[in-house]
Design a protein around this ligand. Structure first.
Ligand SMILES: CCCCCCCCCCCCCC(=O)SCCNC(=O)CCNC(=O)[C@H](O)C(C)(C)COP(=O)(O)OP(=O)(O)OC[C@H]1O[C@@H](n2cnc3c(N)ncnc32)[C@H](O)[C@@H]1OP(=O)(O)O
Length: 259
C-alpha cells in the first residue's frame, strides 16, 4: 500500500530528488536508517537535510552521509564551524560558506538549441551521477569570497581506481576542474575551462581524504586564472599542484550548438 502511494506521488512529481526516487524502491526502506545516521552524524547538517521523501527541493549531495570516514567528518566539522564565525564584530556574514551541490548545476540552461529534451532531462553533473554514497566522488566545497579562495574536502571512493589502490589521474583532474571552476564561477559568473595544467606529485590512496585548496590568481579581462593544490588533510603532504584558466562566457552560452 505504501509503495503504491509512493509510485503515485512519483508520477505527479517528474523531477523529484534522488531521495524520492529511492523511496519508491524497496531498497529505500533499508536506506532510512542510513539517512538517520547521517542526520545524527552532523547536527548542523540536520537542519539543512530533507528527510521528507516527497520534498521537491533539490537534494544537496554535499551533506554528510554514512559513507564518510571519521577523517572526512572531522575536517568537515572544522570547516563547517568556520561558516558560523564572523570575521569581525562589524561583519554581518561569516567569511566562509558551505556550498550546496546538486546533480544538475544549471538545470534550466538549454545547453544548445539542438540538444534534445530527453538528453537534457537525463543529464547529470559528472561528479554527482551515482546514487551510491561513497562509491566515487564524495566532496564538499567551502568558499571564502573575501579571500577569493575555497577548500574542498574530497573522499575518493572505490570506483575511482587508477593504479591499483590509488586514485585515477583523470578523477583527480575532474576534482581540480570542479573546484577551480566552482571558484571562478562563484566569483565572476559562468565560465568554461580553457586550460588545465596538473603536476601529480604523490599518489592519492583510494578511500583517503584529501583537501583541495583553490585560490584566485588574477583576472585579465575575460580570463580568470586559478591555482589549486591538493594536500593531505593536515597539509603535510602535497599530492597535486595545478593551474587553471577559465574564460567567462556570457548569455551566448545558451546558444552553443551541439554538432
Ligand atoms: C556558483 C557556481 C556554482 C557552479 C557549480 C557547478 C560546479 C561544476 C563546475 C565544473 C566546472 C567544469 C568546467 C568545464 O569542464 S567546461 C568544459 C571543458 N571546456 C570546454 O569545453 C571549453 C571549450 N572551449 C571553448 O569553449 C572556448 O575555447 C573558450 C570559451 C574556452 C574560449 O573562447 P574563445 O576561444 O572564443 O576565446 P576568446 O576569443 O573569447 O578569447 C578570450 C581570451 O582567452 C584566451 N584563450 C582562450 N583559450 C585559451 C587557451 N586555451 N589558452 C590560453 N588562452 C586562451 C584568448 O587568447 C583571449 O585572450 P586575449 O587575446 O584576450 O588576451
Amino acid at each position: 500500500m505504501i509503495l503504491r502511494c509512493l509510485h503515485a506521488v512519483r508520477r505527479f512529481i517528474p523531477h523529484c530528488p534522488a531521495l524520492c526516487r529511492d523511496a519508491v524502491s524497496k531498497r529505500s526502506l533499508v536506506k532510512i536508517p542510513e539517512l538517520l545516521y547521517s542526520a545524527r552524524a552532523s547536527a548542523r547538517g540536520l537542519s539543512k537535510m530533507s528527510l521528507w521523501p516527497f520534498s521537491v527541493s533539490p537534494w544537496d549531495f554535499s551533506q554528510p552521509n554514512a559513507s564518510w570516514n571519521a577523517e572526512m567528518q572531522e575536517v568537515y566539522d572544522r570547516y563547517n564551524a568556520l561558516c558560523e564565525v564572523k570575521a569581525e564584530e562589524t561583519e554581518k556574514k561569516p567569511p566562509w560558506r558551505k556550498l550546496p551541490s546538486y546533480n544538475r548545476s544549471l538545470k534550466y540552461v538549454t545547453g544548445g538549441v539542438y540538444l534534445s529534451k530527453i538528453i537534457q532531462s537525463k543529464a547529470r553533473l559528472f561528479t554527482r551521477n551515482l546514487k551510491e554514497h561513497g562509491a566515487a566522488f564524495e566532496y564538499v566545497v567551502f568558499m571564502n569570497k573575501q579571500e577569493k579562495r575555497c577548500v574542498c574536502l574530497f573522499q575518493a571512493g572505490h570506483l575511482l581506481e587508477g593504479p591499483p589502490g590509488y586514485v585515477h589521474g583523470g578523477a583527480i583532474a575532474t576534482m581540480i576542474d570542479t573546484v577551480t571552476g566552482t571558484l571562478a564561477g562563484y566569483l565572476v559568473g559562468p565560465v568554461m575551462t580553457a586550460n588545465l595544467n596538473i603536476n601529480y606529485r604523490s599518489p592519492v590512496p583510494l578511500g583517503s581524504v584529501v583537501v583541495l585548496h583553490g585560490a584566485l590568481d588574477r583576472i585579465e579581462g575575460k580570463k580568470v586564472f586559478v591555482t589549486c593544490r591538493m594536500t593531505s588533510t593536515d597539509e603535510s603532504k602535497l599530492h597535486t599542484e595545478a593551474t587553471a584558466l577559465f574564460i567567462t562566457v556570457g548569455p551566448q552560452w545558451n546558444s552553443f550548438e551541439v554538432s
